[in-house]
Write a protein that binds this ligand. Structure first.
Ligand SMILES: *Cc1c(COP(=O)(O)O)cnc(C)c1O
Length: 355
């Protein structure tokens, strides 16, 4: 089965084999080495200076990493601005609410680009803000939010920038220093092609807040202190750590993040042009879309479930739209170990599904 959903992804043989490593106790030095190896490799994906940046590994899905970032890095007297234009931005607002973090939202509909003038106005009116949270690739629609422009504005107001890079880390450009990001959260099983179960936060070491804790399990400070000593506060998902280490080695062997970007670029161009040729239109213009996932309008009088089942019968899993978009769109992701000819055949199979 070819998975065209935004994670979990199809595994390469070498990543799948890595799951079969011998059993290991998370209190042994072999585990420390494995954990340290992953933390170092994660920084290397974007050539980050280990003097400034640190990676914290968690057992949990992408949402765990985002919630750890949001609940750990905003001090008690901090105030967060959440920029929303999709499901994942709205999810961060919900996290802030649950953790009793002072927060306001700059809301947009799911198909809108972030309004920079409105952002500036909002920042002028709310001078007590300390942090901003933003989604890099809003997987709801496939929009790549323009963090560069947003970050420039946020820097003027001296806000610390927290980014959900769950569906972009490893493939899209992330300019950690240029954008002056404070932290980002991501997962093993999207653009890094690992197994679900491990997620992580990459942050400036100086951003850790000590002496104040909102969560027992998701506190970054607790993890960071232990991981710096080669330990872990709780049981980690050992097998998925092996798989992530292998996936990171594989990424490096294939030429790193920029090569992965190019690979996804080739894949999405093939899908976009193939679908265009058979009359299927994209939800968003190419120039504001990611290379990781795109959304397309369902052809008229085609029901999503019927379309999905036709594709599944032929070996492909596509992804539905969420919320109000569910009846009118479908989504295709380019992540994972997808054989080269699979996307060409996909277009043929979709075409057959139209008649
Ligand atoms: C997938 C995704 C998440 C959540 O990931 P889970 O692994 O399902 O918890 C968060 N943010 C974005 C942008 C995503 O694409």
């Amino acid at each position: 089965m070819i998975l065209l959903n935004p994670g979990p992804v199809n595994l390469s043989d070498r990543v799948r084999q890595a799951l079969l490593h011998p059993d290991l106790c998370h209190r042994e030095k072999e585990f420390s080495q494995l954990q340290e190896d992953i933390r170092e490799r994660l920084l290397k994906v974007y050539n980050l200076d280990p003097q400034i940046w640190t990676a914290v590994l968690l057992t949990g899905s992408g949402t765990a990493a985002v919630e750890a970032m949001i609940s750990s890095l905003i001090p008690e007297n901090g105030k967060l601005l959440v920029i929303e234009n999709g499901v994942y931005g709205e999810r961060i607002s919900r996290m802030a609410q649950i953790h009793d973090i002072k927060a306001i939202a700059l809301h947009h509909s799911w198909v809108e680009a972030i309004d920079l003038d409105a952002l500036r106005q909002y920042l002028d009116q709310n001078r007590d803000l300390t942090h901003v949270a933003i989604i890099h690739h809003e997987t709801t629609t496939g929009r790549l939010n323009s963090i560069a422009q947003i970050a420039t504005i946020c820097q003027e107001y001296q806000l610390k920038i927290l980014v959900d890079t769950v569906s972009s880390f490893g493939a899209e450009t992330i300019d950690f220093e240029g954008w002056q990001i404070t932290a980002c959260a991501a997962t093993a099983n999207k653009c890094l092609h690992g197994v679900p179960g491990t997620s992580f936060v990459i942050l400036r070491s100086e951003a850790l807040v000590s002496g104040y804790q909102r969560s027992l399990y998701l506190d970054l400070n607790t993890y960071h202190q232990q991981q710096e000593k080669g330990a872990t506060p709780f049981t980690q998902s050992v097998q998925t750590f092996y798989a992530l280490a292998e996936a990171l080695q594989e990424l490096e062997d294939e030429g790193g993040q920029q090569s992965r970007y190019q690979l996804y670029c080739d894949r999405i161009n093939l899908v976009r042009s193939g679908l265009k040729n058979i009359g299927i239109k994209p939800l968003l213009p190419d120039n504001c879309s990611s290379v990781v996932l795109n959304a397309f309008y369902l052809p008229e009088n085609l029901i999503y479930d019927t379309f999905h089942d036709h594709l599944k019968t032929n070996g492909y899993i596509i992804y539905s739209g969420q919320g109000d978009l569910a009846p009118s769109i479908f989504r295709i992701s380019t992540m994972g170990a997808i054989p080269q000819n699979a996307l060409e055949r996909l277009i043929t199979v979709i075409f057959q599904g139209l008649s």
